[in-house]
Ligand binder design. Structure first.
Ligand SMILES: NC(=O)c1ccc[n+]([C@@H]2O[C@H](COP(=O)([O-])OP(=O)(O)OC[C@H]3O[C@@H](n4cnc5c(N)ncnc54)[C@H](OP(=O)(O)O)[C@@H]3O)[C@@H](O)[C@H]2O)c1
Length: 262
């Protein structure tokens, strides 16, 4: 199965760094043009330079997906910047707030649910109808294994709640559009060496919980974190196929040698 997305246009949210950046670059290696979305203009510019160096176009949309009042306009801005999206990678998310559930401010819980879940539904609403009309589209929602192992992250109630909701949304949407040519899947990227991980290690153990902090420090010290590029490559291998309604993981990807990115 060869991953070729020649002539396709992809939106990757959270494309300024980490997994999103690596996915954007991998998609451009596979022939896609990119729309890159995040809040940090400089990071998007850096990803755009890397995509452009591969001979594909990259347009940056600077936007805050945790602002519910902006979501409709962000969808319009993406459409205007791109002329239409074929591949939607909902990757942007936050792991914050961390700590005892009873200490979490309701506004912080809500802000994370907006970014990690509601923004995904808003981009879907804006970008999927044209995919359905064309009879081809790919939607991937980047989740976490913690969605189905919530007890593994005490102190991460907001995050695990948001990822469980994201997975329910994704499976339900896949069933809704089954047979349309638009596939909708979940991707659990593995434990990846990104800012999200280093940010957790930098937090005060007493505030976020000693056990939670210890887990993340230990994973780093064991050397068990994988690179964003490895995780992105596994996602691209899945994306080349026609599966829908699946939970993809970094370890369940088809054999790497079967993929010849262009
Ligand atoms: N790293 C891991 O071990 C791991 C494990 C399981 C799942 N995941 C999932 O993988 C995805 C990517 O994580 P990562 O580790 O690459 O995280 P990361 O390094 O923190 O990158 C997150 C990206 O999302 C963007 N973002 C954050 N808040 C945003 C907002 N309000 N509006 C728009 N964009 C926003 C960030 O850019 P700005 O800050 O500039 O906006 C950045 O580009 C997430 O869905 C995460 O839950 C990661």
């Amino acid at each position: 199965m060869s991953a070729s997305f020649n002539g396709r246009t992809a939106l990757v949210t959270g494309a300024g760094r980490g997994i999103g950046r690596a996915v954007a670059v991998a998609l451009s290696d596979a022939g896609a043009n990119l729309v890159l979305l995040a809040r940090s203009k400089d990071q998007l510019a850096s990803t755009a330079d890397e995509v452009s160096a591969r001979g594909h176009s990259a347009v940056a949309v600077v936007a805050d997906l945790s602002d519910a009042t902006q979501l409709k306009q962000i969808g319009r801005d993406v459409l205007e910047a791109s002329g239409g999206i074929d591949i939607l990678v909902n990757n942007a998310a936050t792991v914050a707030p961390l700590g005892a559930t009873t200490e979490i401010a309701t506004e912080d819980f809500l802000s994370t649910l907006i970014l990690n879940v509601v923004a995904v539904t808003a981009l879907t609403k804006a970008l999927v109808p044209p995919m359905l009309e064309r009879g081809w589209g790919r939607v991937v929602n980047v989740s976490s294994g913690l969605a189905v192992r919530p007890t593994s992250m005490p102190g991460g109630n907001t995050y695990v709640t948001s990822k469980a909701a994201l997975e329910a949304h994704t499976a339900n949407l896949a069933a809704e559009v089954a047979g349309s040519g638009v596939t909708v899947n979940i991707y659990r990227p593995g434990t990846v060496d990104t800012t999200m991980q280093s940010w957790i290690r930098e937090q005060d153990p007493q505030r976020i919980g000693e056990e939670l902090h210890r887990q993340f420090v230990a994973a780093h010290e064991r050397g068990s974190l994988i690179s964003p590029e490895r995780s992105a490559a596994a996602l691209l291998q899945h994306l080349a196929g026609r599966e829908t309604g699946q939970v993809w993981t970094v370890d369940s990807a088809p054999a790497a040698e079967a993929v010849r990115p262009k």
